[in-house]
Design a protein around this ligand. Structure first.
Ligand SMILES: Nc1nc2c(ncn2[C@@H]2O[C@H](COP(=O)(O)OP(=O)(O)OP(=O)(O)O)[C@@H](O)[C@H]2O)c(=O)[nH]1
Ligand SMILES: [Mg+2]
Length: 810
């Protein structure tokens, strides 16, 4: 029984698993949860598994000293049988029938094996009659129901058909019908069991639940009998395997047939492998080598078995050797006497029923006689038993028992190994099972608790060390501050140098395009000026400046034209230069804002140390400088080009031609007539000059101006940034202060959460430890978190954290 100290077991374990949710692997959790489920499960299912005819059902009967289960040669068990505890007066049986559909399926399959036709309606009375007759013929042909595989199958079909006829009204076409013992009018368990044990009934049942009074079954122990793992009916074998892998299965008793076969079958080996995967079973496996009596008559079998056990079952603590048959019937005939021929007229009455003149020999009687005659078991005892060949087996049996009686039966039962097995199982179930389930749980919880404890201690340590860390971090950040400012200054000046350089090396595409525009404007302005040049206006300006004269020379008109074109071009160059500078500075401002150092500066100082202002100023200065350069450049246009009057040039020729034309008269008209020629002359003079400006001079002027203005700023500003150290320090201290306040609050919150969790943890662990102690499992104590372990942090001392002024970043 689960001790009262363990009443909160589930809650405590769940609470630990909850706390450890993020720390542990799913696998660890699943294992712990499975052991918890086992520890608190009201039932402990012990499955008997093995190949068919290994003697599973017989072994259970022997264990309970009661004939509950159907045991027979051939494939006997096709149903799941559960045997649970009941008070003596509450013993009962619940029977669950197969559906008609399932019975038909099984029947058809057997018919196919036997080569019988199944075309007709399987459940029709005539079909059933015919099939039964066929079965009888086959069994007779084979010389008995168990004489051959074919006979066994015919027998199985016969039993199925009998069972179907006998229980027809209880069988549903599709569903499994369940009946209680009372519905059958059985007055006790034995009656119900003998009904279920009958081969024909057993054939149509899918599940039988016995509620039976036996101390072995107390404390939720349930014995589960299943079909053989190699049962010829595939569905039956699958049922057993699925039960072996089912989480409800808590222990397995492997009933092995190696004693009679000399070796393990491949199915038996597979069974042992399959069990290992079920976390519900773990090491709760018992190995029973049943049919041990067969090794008593064959030295070879004995040797092979001993060899097998020695090589494959080194840990012999859970290995048993039994004879279920001798053990069970041995215990049954204890209550018989010569009056019922030691059971031949009571227990074995059914099996001795004589068909012709002679009585049949029950299986037990043959084996008993073998035991007396052939086994070397009685050689060193006081029994001087002899088996006479002139007597029938049954006569030998009754004679021997009347001669030696109880002591011989007791010797037989002892040799059967059943009592030893029963007491071992009993000891396991009453003394070891519960502590083992709990120690398993404790073992599975231990690594989880260790991890959790470490986790809490680490957290406490971290929280404790943080105030100092924060102080150190603050000092460090302040030390780094100067360096940071220096870096920013350096990066700023490098940035500006790079900007200048990309202008100078024509790599600033936008700048290039702006400059192309400037060039185009100059060229088109010149064109426009030439196109719209008016000789009349120039002539009039020339005569105006000479009031005493009524005429003007061609040269004067040309002079006016030179001034006019030069000044107009200046206007264009000035305004184009202004735009160039403005665009350049705007781009510079935009790019600055995207620089990391610029952002860092803002974080450190909450301002940019006047960088943007500098750029504004720069803009004004650049415009100023370039305007003045543009003026100088265009002022030079006033001078005719030096080669204007060179002999042999086209311009002097043109000039002479024009002069020819203008000298036709002294009024303005003759001059105006020469307008195209004058324009041509001007064009010849101006085009090379403007070209020189835009292709050679002015670009270099711009580059130089930008370079000479920007680079000093870069250096100046870098120096200036360094001056901001006090301000940066102030800002940093304020930020750290603020972060510290937040951090302290957070730490305190974490601390109180950790404290709470530790309390919850300790409470659960203490209760679990109490529970383990109550089961004498002091060795499996789980780790509590002691207050001394909590590093230097006192659980009650919150002020410790408030005292610390500054805490920093996680
Ligand atoms: N000689 C001998 N025969 C045994 C022993 N145990 C069982 N038998 C016989 O073996 C046959 C099969 O026994 P069952 O108890 O039906 O075996 P099972 O493992 O339940 O078989 P299935 O239910 O068919 O899987 C029966 O005839 C038993 O009497 C034993 O220890 N020695
Ligand atoms: Mg069986």
């Amino acid at each position: 029984m689960i001790p009262p100290q363990c009443s909160h077991l589930s809650d405590n374990v769940s609470s630990i698993l909850d706390l450890a949710r993020e720390l542990n692997s799913d696998r660890q959790r699943r294992i712990a949860e499975a052991s918890l489920a086992k520890a608190v499960a009201p039932k402990f299912e012990i499955v008997f598994a093995g190949v068919f005819s290994a003697g599973k059902s017989m072994l259970i009967n022997a264990l309970l000293e009661r004939e509950l289960l159907y045991s027979a040669e051939g494939h006997a068990t096709g149903t799941e049988c559960y045997i649970e505890y009941a008070e003596p007066e509450a013993e009962r049986v619940v029977l669950t029938f197969l559906s008609e559909a399932e019975i038909v399926r099984q029947g058809i399959s057997l018919c196919q094996h036997l080569g019988l036709s199944t075309k007709e309606d399987f459940t029709a009375t005539e079909t059933i009659d015919l099939l039964q007759q066929a079965c009888t013929v086959i069994i007779e042909q084979e010389g008995g129901a168990s004489k051959s595989e074919r006979a066994k199958q015919a027998n199985a079909l016969d039993l199925l058909l009998k069972g179907f006829i006998a229980n027809r009204d209880r069988i549903d076409p599709q569903r499994h019908n369940t009946y209680s013992m009372e519905e059958f009018n059985f007055s006790n368990l034995s009656e119900a069991a003998s009904y279920a044990r009958r081969g024909s009934n057993s054939a149509v049942l899918t599940k039988v639940e016995y509620y039976c009074h036996h101390p072995l079954l107390q404390d939720g122990n349930v014995l589960v009998d299943l079909p053989g793992i190699d049962a010829p009916v595939k569905k039956d074998a699958e049922l057993t395997y699925s039960k072996i892998e089912h989480p409800d299965t808590s222990a397995v008793i492997c009933v092995l047939k190696a004693a009679s076969a000399g070796e393990m079958t491949s199915e038996e080996t597979e069974l042992l492998e399959k069990m290992k995967t079920n976390m519900g079973i773990r090491d709760r496996v018992f190995y029973v080598f049943n049919r041990i009596d067969q090794t008593w008559y064959s030295g070879q079998l004995k040797q092979r078995l001993d060899n097998l056990i020695e090589t494959q079952f080194k840990d012999t603590r859970r290995v048993y050797k039994t004879s279920g048959l001798l053990g069970f019937y041995g215990s049954q005939i204890k209550s018989t006497s010569s009056s019922d021929r030691f059971g031949l007229d009571s227990i074995f009455a059914d099996s001795v029923k004589c068909v012709g003149g002679e009585e049949e020999t029950p299986q037990f009687v043959s084996e008993f006689n073998n035991y007396c005659a052939g086994a070397n078991k009685l050689t060193k005892t006081n029994f001087r038993v002899s088996v006479h060949s002139y007597e029938t087996p049954n006569e030998n049996y009754t004679r021997i028992l009347s001669e030696y009686g109880k002591p011989l039966i007791e010797q037989l039962v002892t040799d059967s190994g059943i009592e030893e097995f029963r007491s071992a199982i009993n000891r396991y179930l009453t003394e070891e099972k519960r502590p083992q389930l709990f120690s398993n749980l404790a073992e599975d919880l231990k690594p989880i608790c260790d991890d959790l404890k470490q986790h809490y201690l680490k957290q406490l340590q971290k929280l404790d060390s943080q105030p100092q860390e924060i102080e150190a971090m603050k000092t460090q950040e302040l030390t780094l501050l100067n360096q940071k400012l220096q870096e920013i200054g350096k990066e700023f000046s490098q940035h500006l140098e790079q900007e200048v350089n990309s202008v100078v090396t024509n790599q600033d595409a936008t700048f290039e395009s702006d400059f192309q525009k400037l060039k185009a404007q100059m060229v088109s302005r010149l064109d426009e000026l030439l196109q719209t040049f008016s000789v009349q206006e120039a002539y009039s300006r020339a005569t105006l400046s000479h009031p005493r004269n009524a005429t003007a020379p061609l040269i004067a008109v040309l002079v006016e034209a030179l001034y006019h074109l030069a000044n107009e071009l200046e206007v264009t160059l000035v305004s184009a230069s202004e735009i160039l500078v403005k665009n350049f500075c705007q781009r510079l401002r935009d790019r600055l804002k995207q620089q990391d150092y610029y952002r860092a500066l803002d974080r450190l100082l909450h301002e940019d140390t006047g960088i943007q202002e500098q750029i504004e100023e720069l803009e004004t200065k650049l415009i100023h400088a370039l305007v003045s350069e543009a003026k100088t450049e265009c002022d030079r246009y006033v001078r005719e080009s030096p080669r204007f009057y060179d002999e042999g040039t086209f311009s002097i020729y043109q000039f002479r031609q024009t002069l020819q034309q203008t000298s036709q008269g002294y009024d303005c008209a003759s001059m105006v007539e020469a307008e195209p020629a004058i324009r041509q002359l001007l064009k010849l003079d101006f085009e090379p000059k403007v070209s020189t400006t835009i292709r050679r001079n002015f670009r270099q002027t711009i580059n130089m101006t930008i370079k000479s203005h920007l680079l000093p700023i870069a250096q100046q500003q870098a120096d200036k940034i360094l001056q901001y150290y006090p301000q940066a320090r102030k800002v940093l201290e304020q930020t750290l202060e603020q972060e510290a306040i937040t951090k302290i609050a957070l730490n305190q919150k974490i601390l109180s959460e950790v404290k709470q969790e530790i309390e919850q943890y300790n409470q659960s662990i203490n209760e679990l430890n109490n529970c383990l102690q109550s089961l004498n499992l002091s060795d499996y104590q789980l780790p509590v978190i002691e207050s001394t372990e909590k590093t230097s942090v006192s659980m009650e001392d919150n002020n410790h954290y408030q005292d610390v002024g500054v805490v920093a970043i996680e």
